[in-house]
Every structure is written in C-alpha cells, then in structure tokens.
Design a protein around this ligand. Structure first.
Ligand code: SF4
Length: 328
C-alpha cells in the first residue's frame, strides 16, 4: 500500500513506559504505521543534556524499545533505532548550528524552562537542544512530525532552520517538515494533580503486574470534595473517571457517571472496576512483552537493523548537504 509520507518521532530513553507515555505517544505511534512510513528514535544523546549518570542508559533504552515493540510497533515496517547509532545526526547538528542565531535559542521558552530545572548544569547541549532536534527530523527527509499543539513552536523552529540553511547555501537541500497535529491528552498521575511522570513516582507502569496495577489504582486521589461514602461525587473532577473514559466499556463509564453523582457507587468499588478494566486492556501487551523479553538479543537486533536502515537515509541527506555547503 502506498503510504502518505514519512513520519519521524523521537523520545528520550526513560525505561519502562507508563500510562502517560502510552496515551501521549505510543498508541499514536502504532496507529500512524497504517498510513505512514514511520521512523521512531530513542534519543539517547538528548538525554545526556540533563542526565546525572549514564549507568541506566542502556537498560532504559532496552526497556523502552521493548515496550514499543510489545505495544505494536512493527519493526519490519517502521524504522526503530537509537539516535547515537546514526552519528551523521551530530554532523548535521553542527552544520545547522552555523545558520542558527544564538539569541533565537536562548529566547526559546523551553531553554528557559531547562535552565530553571537544571540550574547547576546549564551546558551547551541545553542551548543546542532544538538544533539537534531539527537535525533528527531533517536527516531522514521527514514529511510529518506528530506534535501536540504546545510543541508546535519547536517544529516551526525546525522549519525556520530549513529555510535559513537552504537560503544560505542556495539549494533546496533540506525538506520543510509539516506538523501532524496530534491530540495529546494531559494524563495526570495517581496524585490527581501533576502530569504522570516516573520522576514524580505518580505513574502506573504498563508492564506492572495486575496486582501492582490494582494497588496503584487504589492509591489514586479522587474527587477531593467527596469525603464520606455517602457524599455525592463529581466524576468531572476525578482522575479515576478520566481513566474510566479511556479504558472502560461505555456501559461502565455511563454507570459511574450516574452513580457517582448520587453516591450510588463508592470510590473503592469504582477504582476496583477501573483496575479490572485497565488490566484487561493491558493483558495482551503484557503477554507480548514477557515473550519478547525472553530474547533480549532480538530487541538489540531490531535496533541494529533500524540503525542500518536509518543510516542509508541519513547518508543520502548528508551527501547533498555536504555538497551544497561546498565541503571538499
Ligand atoms: S466514585 Fe469514582 S468517579 Fe466518583 S469520585 Fe469516586 S473514584 Fe471518582
């Protein structure tokens, strides 16, 4: 089947993935494969800008790739690889940095956020992060980048870099990628307040056992105004209900929506129901993950093969880039 173009997306190696990763990116990665040639990259070099130690980098890379494959990314179709395995990205990053004004980078809100988050390690990599990201996208002749609306400025930055580069060297060597607008739901953690994140330990891992998952669901914060079992609740402000709407059958969603408001169901039973539905939803993922995990060499082979295929695309771009610049 003819595909509609090439999609690129990258994610930092954060290890075992959680529900927030699944709803925010992974399920979309799987769906995109039907219509696009997809390139999915574990961006380990990006991670170096803020990592204090690299001891877990390899394991985290493995775990993330394992989860990606278990969830339904098809390596025989999609290119799945590790950023540092295609070193041309560093070369392109250097060339792109020559057409990027420094002030533009230090003015980006994301740079200011990173400085705030890492006050003791404001390194050059943090400044050049968007340029490396542009190199990731442009190296593979990407047509579309799936981004949520809040990340749109990043992509616009990449498009500006393309225009600057092509203008500077007088040839349309790099392709301007288009935004593939994606709805990225904000998935709250079990605290019901902050975005689900491993570092905040408010996450629910996809690969957790059914018992662990149930335990995490039972810890979820509910409607804070519902103090006693007899108090009517408001599902619209409850994170448990938000997850019901994603993982439970419509009949359960409708029932909770009605019964919560008239105190017909208690929060304990409501959470048990969610845990049951969530575990059912994750059952096939877990079975596939356990199966794949029996043969770690296969996961590394997939990443090696992905790097080989990515390398071919990358070198095709770099030949034109070097020639346009006039490098001997
Ligand atoms: S019954 Fe369910 S939806 Fe209502 S407040 Fe409790 S956990 Fe939330």
């Amino acid at each position: 089947m003819t595909k509609k173009g090439r999609v690129f997306s990258g994610a930092r190696p954060t290890g075992r993935q959680h529900l927030g990763n699944y709803l925010g990116a992974m399920r979309n990665y799987v769906a995109l494969q039907d219509d696009y040639d997809c390139i999915y990259c574990v961006v380990d070099v990006h991670a170096l800008t803020t990592l204090e130690t690299t001891l877990e980098l390899k394991q985290n890379t493995y775990d993330m790739a394992l989860d990606w494959l278990a969830v339904g990314i098809r390596p025989e179709e999609s290119v799945v690889f590790v950023q540092s395995h295609v070193p041309q990205v560093m070369e392109l990053h250097t060339y792109l940095s020559m057409v990027t004004p420094l002030g533009k980078l230090t003015d980006l809100p994301t740079f200011k956020d990173k400085v705030r988050e890492n006050p003791n390690n404001i390194n050059y990599g943090l400044v050049g992060y968007p340029v490396l990201m542009a190199a990731d996208i442009l190296l593979y002749g990407t047509d579309f980048v799936p981004v949520g609306i809040d990340q749109a400025p990043h992509l616009e930055f990449t498009r500006e870099v393309v225009r600057s580069f092509n203008y500077r060297y007088g040839k349309p060597v790099l392709k301007e990628p288009q935004m593939k607008a994606t709805s990225v739901p904000k998935v709250l953690g079990i605290d019901g307040v902050q975005k689900m994140s491993k570092s905040l330990n408010n996450h629910i891992e996809l690969a957790a056992t059914p018992e662990e998952t149930t335990q995490r669901v039972m810890q979820m914060v509910t409607d804070p105004a519902r103090v006693r079992r007899s108090d009517p609740g408001n599902p619209d402000v409850c994170n448990v209900f938000s997850l019901h709407k994603i993982f439970s059958p419509q009949a359960d969603v409708d029932m909770v929506n009605v019964e919560c408001r008239r105190a017909g169901i208690g929060c304990v039973d409501c959470k048990k129901l969610l845990a049951k539905n969530l575990n059912a939803h994750l059952e096939s993922f877990r079975a596939r993950r356990t199966d794949l995990d029996k043969n770690p060499a296969y996961i590394w082979d997939v990443l090696d093969d992905g790097a080989r295929r990515a390398n071919v695309l990358a070198e095709g771009t770099m030949v034109n880039v070097r020639s346009a610049i006039g490098l001997p």
